[in-house]
Ligand binder design. Structure first.
Ligand code: 1PR
Length: 549
């Protein structure tokens, strides 16, 4: 098998990249020291997280001169995500830290005054002057997750000899990929971009992309970029698998009604809807933009011993090339043998097994309560802060399990209320959403606005917004809840709970500014496929990513 060399400078989810490279028929060799770089024919610099963290690690280990020498020698080099950012000279994310300066210029942050940041999801990487650059396709979508970007200014990088592919988020057009000579860098994750991403990776690995680039003659016709670029971000549709051990001891996908996952009637067995790895693959092939696994009874088990969940991730990431999130039991804990294990260590095990994001539930509620009790002070010791510092905030999702609490009037509670179109049992027209822990078993005196604002301050990158009242009802998402949370924070929100048919997805994308929508039961019971949801959204004029086989 031909080899490619991967620079492993920090922790991060490189397992998916390794799986994607192997899927393309190549073998990974690890670069552990600057001396190893000289051995590498082809070198990949993956990157997640913080520009300064990445560059300072590379600099202190002495990698920067070795990478420059590799590039100067004309050997193939690819940067991914922060690996793209590293080839610029600097970033507003850490102005004191110098990049590799293969391209002069400074990255800046997306404007979050009118849209959620990080930019998470599937967007374009279109190069009008060379539409098949490294097998990119103007019709395909690629998976991005980043807050900082290099703004695209027509002709700027092209005048330096770079071919540039762009995406547009809101009104901001940014560099999605650049290529010149032996160098390719992508802001998106090819290893998480399904078949479209694997094509780009293969074009780098087999050299065909660089060869075609060398043979490419610049277009003589004017650039098509005089057209106003359209926001290319698609509507994200996520499939969620609630996983737990059933009464026979097997790890199964289950699904509750308002969080009760046991059969109705006399036999109160845990509902068994299938096997996690097989179902994840099925949803990937139906076009799911992400797959989420929630270990829903983790508060009872010690997660460190929870090897089956790690195994599920390992096996899933071999065949599913879209982002994987895992939740359940991510908190500081004590293992069965008495060893203390931090939330960060648990998250690290999940990332190493193929997860791209971890989702924190109960522990986030407790941390938010402590944050308010300390007068909104951050001590840096919560799971959210530690994991987002190490892996970037895009890797930390907070899963919220709210329950409606009805009140007779707006000021009957100290909590943030909404006027509701579905009045309570006594005709109450106002409600607030109370946070719960332990799978909805314990309700706390904390509302969703308080929770989501606190975890945003701690460094969470995304909110998975469930709703116990709606879960498993097939009656549509709780639009009032989603609108309330979206108005309170700037990080992306995933709407969850209540999806029963494709029109509910259309409704939530039109009636709320949600960034993504998640379904579970309707997919598990085989009532609808993910593809049917996307077809429906497409027919209604919403932009969706199509699965490429
Ligand atoms: O608290 O950090 O250990 O995490 C536990 C995780 O498990 C949390 O994310 C919590 O939401 C989840 N969880 C705990 N108990 C249950 C349960 O169902 N008994 N599931 C549970 C949450 C909600 C969604 C569901 C949607 C869509 N499941 O993930 O998939 O409601 O369902 P639908 O489309 O069928 O309506 P921690």
């Amino acid at each position: 098998m031909p080899k490619v060399y991967l620079l492993d400078y920090v922790a991060g989810n490189v397992r998916s990249l390794v799986n994607a490279i192997e899927k393309c028929g190549y073998q990974v060799e690890w670069i552990r020291s600057p001396e190893d770089v000289a051995e590498a024919d082809s070198l990949i610099l993956p990157g997640v997280g913080h520009f300064g963290h990445c560059l300072s690690q590379l600099a202190s280990a002495g990698f920067l001169p070795a990478i420059r020498a590799h590039v100067d020698a004309g050997k193939p080099f690819m940067g991914i995500c922060v690996g793209l950012q590293a080839i610029f000279s600097s970033s507003a994310e850490d102005p004191d830290c110098a990049g590799l300066s293969l391209i002069p210029g400074t990255l800046d942050r997306f404007d979050d005054s009118v849209k959620a940041v990080p930019h998470i999801g599937w967007n374009n990487a279109s190069c009008p002057t060379n539409p098949t650059l490294y097998d990119l396709s103007p019709d395909s979508k690629y998976y991005y997750v980043h807050s900082y970007k290099y703004p695209y200014r027509k002709g700027e990088l092209e005048s330096l000899g770079w071919s540039v592919a762009t995406g547009t988020y809101g009104t901001e057009t940014f560099v999605g990929a650049v290529a010149k000579g032996n160098v390719l860098a992508t802001q998106f994750h090819p290893e998480k971009s399904g078949v479209a991403g694997l094509r780009v990776l293969r074009a780098f690995l087999d050299g065909s992309g660089a060869k075609a680039l060398a043979a490419h003659l610049p277009e003589s016709s004017p650039l098509q970029t005089s057209l106003v670029p359209q926001d290319g971000l698609t509507r994200r549709v996520i499939a969620c698998l609630d996983v737990r051990t059933n009464d026979q001891g097997d790890l199964v996908v289950t699904k509750g009604d308002q969080y009760d996952v046991r059969e109705k009637g006399d036999n109160r067995n845990v509902r068994n809807l299938g096997k996690p790895v097989e179902m994840a693959k099925k949803y990937y092939e139906q076009g799911a933009d992400e797959v989420t696994f929630l270990n829903i009874t983790s508060f009872r088990d010690c997660p460190v011993a929870d090897l089956p969940m790690l195994e599920i991730l390992r096996r899933t990431s071999e065949t599913v090339f879209v982002p994987l999130t895992v939740g359940g039991g991510i908190r500081d804990t004590v293992d069965v043998d008495g060893t203390k294990v931090s939330a960060l260590e648990i998250a690290t095990m999940y990332f190493k097994s193929g997860a791209d994001k971890v989702s924190i539930g109960s522990d986030a509620v407790i941390a938010a309560e402590e944050y308010y009790a300390a007068g909104k002070t951050l001590f840096g010791n919560t799971a959210i802060e530690q994991i987002s510092k190490a892996y970037g905030n895009q890797a930390v999702v907070v899963s919220v399990d709210p329950k409606r609490v009805y009140v007779p009037k707006q000021d009957a509670t100290r909590h943030a209320t909404v006027k509701t179109k579905t009045p309570g049992p006594k005709g109450e027209e106002w409600c607030w959403y109370a946070c719960t822990i332990k799978g909805g078993r314990e309700t706390r005196d904390l509302d969703v606005v308080e929770l989501t604002q606190a975890v945003e301050a701690m460094g969470a990158g995304e909110i998975l917004l469930n709703c116990i009242d709606k879960d498993g009802t097939n009656s549509g998402f709780d639009l009032e809840l989603i609108n309330q949370v979206k108005a309170a924070i700037r990080i992306p929100v995933i709407a969850s709970s209540g999806a029963g048919n494709p029109s509910h997805f259309d409704e939530v994308f039109r009636e709320t500014p949600t960034d993504a929508a998640l379904g579970a039961g309707m997919f598990h019971r085989g009532e609808y496929t993910v593809q049917q949801v996307k077809d429906y959204l497409g027919e209604k004029g919403l932009v969706v990513r199509r699965f490429e086989g």
